[in-house]
Design a binder for this molecule. Structure first.
Ligand code: GSH
Length: 214
């Protein structure tokens, strides 16, 4: 039985899924799909995921994409306990809320800034986009003000997902000094298994963005 994660280290969502896999010690074999070389559009990958996005998981023929769905699946399958994705109704609901916050707000705002710089010839970060991301970082700072981790007193897949997003924008050089609770939490996140591997990918992402900035 093999569990394969199709991955590209530069991608935040992909790093989020891998951080969850590392946190739960899932026996994933990583296969790189180089998005810069458009490998996701190869016939062989389209057969696996017609939506051609990474991360994509292949668990012995069971195919799953969407990084946060992959994270939840891996923890439910491999977790020795449920602290990374609690089974308790309300605790899980809070983790889900933070995951949706990332997928529908935080990550979207980071992508709105970085995708045009990476792929569409944009050379600056426009003020409305900058302000919009800072408003969203303010919400994250509020979540963390009274909570050690993003969704409670233990790290969960909300932390692995959101750390993948935040580390991307930090690698671009974002100033988070106005968000003291995020600064504190980022320091804690270096203790997450796979954090160094994540940060290496985030650095490559940040370098690629900064190269195109004036
Ligand atoms: N919501 C998805 C986003 C996945 C996504 O957009 N992946 C991008 C890289 S960051 C991708 O694979 N792009 C290539 C493509 O769509 O062709 C997730 O969290 O997994």
């Amino acid at each position: 039985m093999s569990v394969k994660l199709y991955h590209f280290p530069i991608s935040g969502p992909s790093r989020g899924a891998l951080l969850a896999a590392r946190a739960v010690e899932a026996p994933v074999e990583v296969e790189i799909i180089n998005l810069f070389q458009k490998e996701q559009l190869k016939e062989s990958f389209l057969k696996i995921n017609p939506q051609h996005c990474i991360p994509t998981l292949d668990d012995d023929g069971f195919i799953l994409w969407e990084s946060r769905a992959i994270a939840g699946y891996l923890v439910d399958k491999y977790g020795k306990d449920d602290h990374l994705y609690p089974k308790d109704l309300k605790k899980r609901a809070l983790v889900n809320q933070r995951l949706y916050f990332d997928s529908s707000s935080l990550y979207v705002k980071i992508r709105a800034i970085c995708f045009p710089i990476l792929f569409l010839g944009e050379t600056e970060i426009k003020k409305p986009l900058k302000d919009d991301l800072n408003v969203t970082l303010g919400f994250l700072d509020q979540f963390l003000k009274d909570s050690k981790w993003v969704a409670g007193d233990q790290p969960t897949i909300a932390d692995t997902s959101i750390y993948a997003s935040v580390s991307s924008i930090l690698a671009v050089g974002w100033d988070i000094s106005g968000f003291p609770s995020i600064v504190r939490w980022v320091g804690q996140c270096s203790s997450l298994p796979g954090a160094a591997e994540n940060d290496e990918g985030a650095k490559a992402f940040g370098d690629a963005v900064k190269k195109n900035l004036h």
